[in-house]
Design a protein around this ligand. Structure first.
Ligand code: NAP
Ligand code: GFB
Length: 311
């Protein structure tokens, strides 16, 4: 990518899109184009084609999606399937029609089979049944991967797919029903400390394990791979380390300085028992994350307090 290349970030206001924007600006890119969902609803095929025809971007980071945690995925199943199918299909097809030089599609670690061997290698895709709570979202993401592969096969499009693990960081979603576990626990534990509540409720048994990557590390990996990877195969992006939900909650409790107790609501689903990514391909391509979990939690917590806590 040249510094003056026209780069479209789909989803630039989101946690990942805004991190990619920061990374590109820090690298000196001056020609970044963006649209909010009210300016351009990416589910509208004609609007997307008109946008690509008029803007003619050189590079596309496809970071727009309907995104949420286990409860949101399990509740809004139709929206997670339909919105994500429409967004990816419209952008990938319009990018092809406009002759985009390169496009990066962001999938997710939930595309892999629920009981696949750990750590998850890219070749485990489609080798077994998916986790039920997020199957619609996972199917949409797998379709996005197959769209990129098929446009490469038929038209020679340089469309690559990366599979991020669970993410957290600046501009995360702190809605207690629809967010992911890490921001939800930051908010719940902060509010419990603030209110002097004796306990904090953690969903599930606390025994599932999850890997967490800070969104600015993901953004750096995305920009690095846009510059250095042109392959057909998926690339997992993660830290290669995981913790149990209980260990995560205790870590967040320690960072925030909350003295109360954790209680586990086993009426809530655990989801996939584990989804640790094998990141040897990413490391072999020359990228490794920098921000470790405790430091990242402290950064995310500071961002949460700055944005959501009235003095
Ligand atoms: N968060 C995670 O843990 C995680 C993990 C793995 C992969 N990912 C992937 O990373 C990407 C970004 O996730 P995120 O966490 O940054 O999500 P996010 O913070 O919810 O941001 C999603 C973005 O998508 C845009 N969007 C959604 N529906 C749209 C529509 N109909 N038309 C136009 N724009 C629309 C939103 O735009 P507006 O703000 O303008 O409404 C928003 O900026 C997604 O592909 C997601 O699947 C996320
Ligand atoms: C990366 C995302 O992973 C998602 O799966 P997944 O990690 O289980 O999504 P999370 O919602 O982060 O849940 C991870 C684990 O944390 C537990 N958990 C404990 N307390 C909470 C809480 O207060 N809120 C939430 N949300 N979870 C909580 C939850 O039961 C589950 O076992 C997929 O649904 C998405 O599609 C996406 O792929």
């Amino acid at each position: 990518m040249e510094k003056t290349s026209k780069i479209y970030i789909a989803g630039h206001r989101g946690m990942v899109g805004s991190a990619i924007m920061r990374q590109l600006e820090a690298n000196g890119h001056t020609n970044i184009i963006t649209r909010t969902s009210s300016e351009l609803d990416l589910r509208n095929q004609q609007a997307v084609q008109d946008f690509f025809e008029s803007e003619q971007p050189d590079y596309v980071f496809l970071a727009a999606a309907k995104v949420g945690g286990i409860h949101a995925n399990n509740t809004f199943r139709a929206e997670f399937l339909y919105d994500n199918l429409m967004i990816e299909a419209n952008i990938i097809h319009a990018a092809h029609l406009a002759g985009v030089k390169k496009l990066m599609f962001l999938g997710s670690s939930c595309i892999y089979p629920k009981m696949a061997p750990q750590p998850l290698k890219e070749e485990y895709l489609l080798t077994g049944p998916l986790e039920q709570t997020n199957e619609p979202y996972a199917i949409a993401k797998i379709a996005g991967i197959k769209l990129c592969e098929s446009y490469r096969d038929q038209y020679g499009s340089n469309f690559i797919s990366v599979m991020p693990t669970n993410l957290y960081g600046y501009n995360d979603n702190y809605d207690l029903q629809n967010s992911h576990v890490l921001p939800a626990l930051i908010r719940k534990i902060h509010e419990a400390k603030d209110n002097g509540a004796p306990t904090v409720t953690v969903w599930g048994t606390g025994s599932p394990k999850r890997e967490f990557l800070f969104a600015d590390d993901l953004a750096a990996a995305c920009v690095y791979l846009m510059e250095n990877y042109d392959g057909r195969e998926l690339v997992n992006i993660g830290t290669g380390e995981d913790v149990s939900i209980k260990e995560l909650a205790l870590l967040i409790k320690d960072v925030i300085g909350y003295e109360g107790e954790l209680e586990f609501d086993t009426t809530k689903p655990d989801g996939t028992p584990r989804k640790l990514m094998d990141v040897s391909k990413l490391h072999g391509l020359g990228f490794k994350h920098k921000i470790e979990l405790r430091e990242g939690i402290a950064l995310a917590y500071a961002d949460f307090k700055e944005k959501y806590v009235t003095a």
